[in-house]
Ligand binder design. Structure first.
Ligand code: FPP
Length: 246
């Protein structure tokens, strides 16, 4: 293993341009403290701000975070309702700071199952921050990689049926234009916290050549320092994209 340079507040050499994070472990963090799971989600939401703020210092331009999956509806009604309420509060509370800090926020995922108030807040936050370019924060909410590919394929099929696209023109360049992430670069580094080594339906198409880091830290304990170490470690990886080292 190559040694990992110590992170500094300077730009990390060879930093990942786009980092995607599966923020796992909120429930266990709360249980360890004898508190309800939602307590962990609230602590997790606080971590988001520190990590977003750290991005420019580490040279990370795009950060994508997994806030709620298409499978998370299987949780108890109390937890789902609590998370939806947390998302509404987060947007209301953070809008001003995100705007002032130059963060452009986008949401990916299927909005149809979300409540009207949350959808309005999501639209507002996207519009209010659309001129920002310092950090591109994408929040995956009611997102599933398979669902995204299915929705993209449906729209693509509609274009074929309408004569706007020839079946022979459907290739690796065409399909991603129909994905929720069509304006984003592919992630370079995917981090999952909490010791689980799986990708749970996150950015399946986009992460084909991403580097992965599965770390034991529970999301509410994830720090700017650890984020910096992972970015620095990425900088010394040999990414070959199927070719051989030069
Ligand atoms: C997974 O941990 C976490 C979630 C399903 C929710 C992620 C949400 C946040 C970090 C909070 C807020 C985010 C925003 C954008 C405001 P888990 O509950 O599955 O943890 P466990 O595996 O320990 O049970």
């Amino acid at each position: 293993m190559p040694s990992t340079p110590h992170p500094t507040s300077e730009l990390v050499p060879g930093a990942p341009r786009h980092v995607a994070i599966i923020m796992d472990g909120n429930g266990r963090w709360a249980t360890q403290r004898g508190r309800p799971r939602l307590f962990g989600h609230h602590a997790g939401a606080k971590r988001v701000r520190e990590i977003v703020e750290a991005c420019p210092g580490f040279g990370v331009e795009y950060l994508t975070i997994f806030a709620f999956s298409t499978e998370n509806w299987k949780r108890t009604q109390v937890e789902v309702a609590g998370l939806m309420s947390l998302f509404r509060r987060y947007i209301t509370k953070e809008m001003k700071a995100l705007k002032a800090e130059g963060v452009r926020v986008r949401f990916i995922g299927d909005r149809v199952r979300l409540d009207d108030k949350l959808i309005r807040l999501m639209n507002d936050l996207e519009q209010e921050t659309e001129i920002n370019t310092r950090v591109h924060l994408t929040i995956a909410l009611n997102y599933g990689g398979r669902d995204e590919v299915a929705r993209a394929t449906r729209r693509l099929a509609q274009d074929v049926a309408a004569g706007k696209l020839e079946p022979a023109d459907v290739d690796e360049e065409t399909l991603p234009r129909y994905l929720d992430t069509c304006v984003l670069p592919d992630p370079d580094l995917v981090i999952r916290t909490s010791g689980e080594a799986r990708i749970s339906n996150f950015l399946l198409w986009q992460s084909a050549y991403a580097e992965y880091e599965f770390i034991d830290t529970l999301w509410p304990d994830f720090s700017k320092q650890e984020f910096g170490r992972l970015c620095a470690s990425f900088g010394v990886r040999d990414r070959r994209f199927g070719a051989v080292s030069r």
